[in-house]
Design a protein around this ligand. Sequence first.
Ligand code: TGC
Ligand code: FAD
Length: 391
Amino acid sequence: MNGKPMKDPLELLDIASVLTDEEREIQATVARFLADRVRPHIGEWFENAHFARELAPELGKLGVLGMHLEGYGCAGTNAVSYGLACLELEAADSGFRSFVSVQGSLSMFSIWKWGSQEQKQEWLPRLAAGEAIGCFGLTEPDFGSNPSGMRTRAVRDGDDWILNGSKMWITNGGIADVATVWAQTEHGIRGFLVPRGTQGFTTRDIKQKMSLRASITSELYFDNVRLPESARLPLAEGLRGPLSCLNEARFGILFGAVGAARDCIQAAIEYADSRVQFDKPISSFQLTQKKLADMSLSLGNAALLALHLGRLKDQHRIRPEQISVGKLNNVREAIAIARECRTILGANGISLEYSPLRHANNLESVLTYEGTSEMHTLIVGQAITGQVAFR
Ligand code: TGC
Ligand code: FAD
């Protein structure tokens, strides 16, 4: 007896049943927005390397920018709701989840956690509304996985600071109104807020990307940029400052990856149901079913892991190495799923008309940024053995 295909592979484990009504409502609202404003255009935006900047105020109105932060115009939701919003954003395209991660978890969080009252009042309400855009400069051309070696340097000149150096691979860099920039000082690493238009601060967008094409990635240059002491994030001292922001963004990614994988499996189920070879839908072949069953198992595991970590975060007892477990596992599983789904679509799988290869290409960046899979393996290895293997 034949039945109807399952539309959402997360239904297999009834994942939605362990969410609260409010969490389900937030997830559905974000999904509706994306279905209306992003999904119809995303293939074209990816092909043309276009970031739809005009959506920033709409995302602000939707409440997803800095949504898990309290005060200053932020929605103040729980961590699971933020994760579910990331899941839906990444189901549409990793570029939109990236935009929201960088705005809320890196730019806004750095100010919210480490900034002065004046800095918070000046920037957070505008960033939450999407009226201003933020970016976060940690990576440099010669220092990616090892940010402690950064060369960008800020030195005192009277009451001011003079900033010199460059940052590389910075999401939103070319369109940001304010950059959170991490630099060495004589007292160690410190963070600075550098507004667009500050003399000596320039940006250049990185072209010819084969991944995250619907997102802007840029280089930042600082040539004798003079900043007042009030531009320094007063509470951030050492590498702990930027790394604490990464915890927030990595948390969003471990949910986001589930969304990208879900979208790929949905596309594959739909395609397998309608594509006929040897006079039968390809969904009726055992090899196709094994692929779909195995992928749905690993999707369910990833979703349950994300939810577990979300509940720990909401109880304020999540540890960085647990976030590494989630990012490492869920991104690794998502990219494997995206590639496998592409095979189910045959030649059509290489067309931008379908999402799996776009997701797979995007996930190449996701595997690398916010700590490469190797770095997260070593963070987990260190937690298990007590031995540091980075150096
Ligand atoms: P280490 O000696 O281990 O630590 C230095 C200080 O930092 C503290 N710390 C943390 N604090 C908060 N959260 C964490 N996750 C932390 N990990 C370490 C640590 O306690 C220490 O504090 P203190 O007060 O004792 O000084 O540092 P290390 O130099 O050995 O490096 C450790 C390592 C390799 C894990 C770290 O540097 C790392 O995570 N590297 C990966 C770099 C990375 O993830 N870069 C991401 C750049 S941003 C980005 O990619 C945005 S993409 C966004 C998008 O578009 O979505
Ligand atoms: P490297 O650190 O040079 O690593 C190269 C390879 O060596 C990797 O496989 C790595 O795992 C491996 N490796 C390095 N050290 C070790 C070791 N000790 N043991 C084993 N293997 C090791 N950065 C920001 O600051 N802000 C942003 O907004 C931002 N956005 C990004 C957007 C995109 C699209 C991309 C692709 C990157 C972005 N990044 C951003 C940069 C990103 O965080 C870095 O690319 C990442 O941290 C890795 O650094 P790297 O590329 O220099 O690689």
